[in-house]
Design a binder for this molecule. Structure first.
Ligand code: SER
Length: 332
């Protein structure tokens, strides 16, 4: 589809865990003025505010999307607005509206206005208890038990329908739990992997909400950003899948993570008291087969557990030294 000389990029959910770092990375790569941070309730601060434009984008009000597309000549959208698994169980209706109705709005606008490309992230939450849990294949049983997972399966199918039916260039990755040190995740089942670092760095004990032997696939934020940009820049002809690529980086048990952190923070104490999120974790894979992503667009992770832990602690210590957001660093 023609892009009529437009070259703006919109990131929805730009103040979120992935959105905030993705927006900065895209600005670094393509120029600050080209990348609009789409914000909803939370206003951008710091580098996110200073390095480029931001605008209110409410996916439940399509006109707000159209206005930003027109104003900034947007031809590419990264849809990072989402309600994650744990919050989605508390508010299934909101999860449906944001994750699925929101995507539908973007797909319809994308079709009508000839967007060049749309990134619609998916998740390991598309899998469920009937899915093989080790080396989970690309093509497999998708029968999730969470509203989040249901919206992601439906979203993958819907997005791929727009590709097949209308030629809208949709692309997406099934992200594992994302570990990051800038913006906290909001209400996911894999959040314990982030919380543990924040507590350790604050010399505080942590009570983990899944069992010690719970193994889930995870990925460090730099790999998440790299995967996203790699897929979006890949040759379209090479893509055998569209909105549903499995990607893997590392898998570890919650207890293994605590032990890894303890190697660097010897006094770190971690207790394990599973809550309702255990059932969600138990319904997800332990490890992922990402051969299709490796073959089709050259995916390869850079961070394993050991490298990620070193970098996380270094980054958090640095921020603590600078006295940045003590309140956030103490959260968890
Ligand atoms: N991190 C997400 C969650 O836990 C999974 O995609 O909900």
């Amino acid at each position: 589809m023609s892009n009529d000389g437009r070259e703006g990029i919109l990131v929805t959910g730009a103040t979120g865990q992935i959105g905030s770092e993705l927006t900065l990375a895209l600005r670094e790569r393509y120029g600050g003025a080209r990348v609009v941070a789409g914000v909803h309730r939370t206003q951008p601060t710091g580098a996110l505010k200073d390095s480029g434009p931001h605008a209110v984008v409410d996916l439940t009000r399509p006109q707000t999307v159209v206005d930003v597309l027109d104003r900034y000549g947007v031809d590419t959208v990264y849809n990072m607005a989402a309600v994650l698994s744990a919050v989605g169980e508390r508010n299934p209706d909101v999860a449906w509206r944001v994750n699925l109705d929101g995507l539908y709005t973007l797909l319809e606008i994308g079709r009508e206005r000839g967007l060049k490309r749309l990134f619609c992230p998916s998740s390991i939450a598309v899998f469920g208890p009937d899915t093989p849990r080790d080396h989970t294949p690309q093509m497999t049983i998708l029968r999730p038990k969470t509203m989040y997972g249901i919206t992601k399966v439906a979203g993958e199918l819907l997005a791929e329908y727009y590709w097949e039916r209308y030629g809208l260039d949709v692309r997406g990755i099934r992200f594992p739990g994302i570990i990051s040190n800038q913006t906290l995740p909001g209400g996911g089942t894999t959040d314990y992997a982030v919380d543990m670092f924040y507590r350790a760095i604050a010399d505080a004990p942590y009570t983990c909400f899944v069992r010690e032997d719970t193994v889930l696939p995870m990925m460090y934020m730099p790999d998440c950003i790299r995967a996203t940009i790699m897929l979006m820049e890949a040759e379209g002809e090479a893509l055998r899948h569209r909105a549903s690529y499995n990607v893997a980086a590392m898998s570890f048990a919650a207890g293994e993570l605590a032990r890894e952190i303890r190697r660097h923070v010897p006094g770190f104490q971690c207790a394990f008291e599973p809550d309702h999120r255990q059932a969600i974790a138990d319904s997800w894979p332990r490890s992922i087969d990402d051969a299709a992503a490796r073959e089709d667009w050259g995916w390869q992770p850079e961070f394993d557990l050991a490298a990620m832990a070193i970098d996380m602690l270094e980054m958090l210590r640095e921020r603590r030294k600078q006295g940045a957001s003590e309140d956030v660093l103490d959260e968890g």
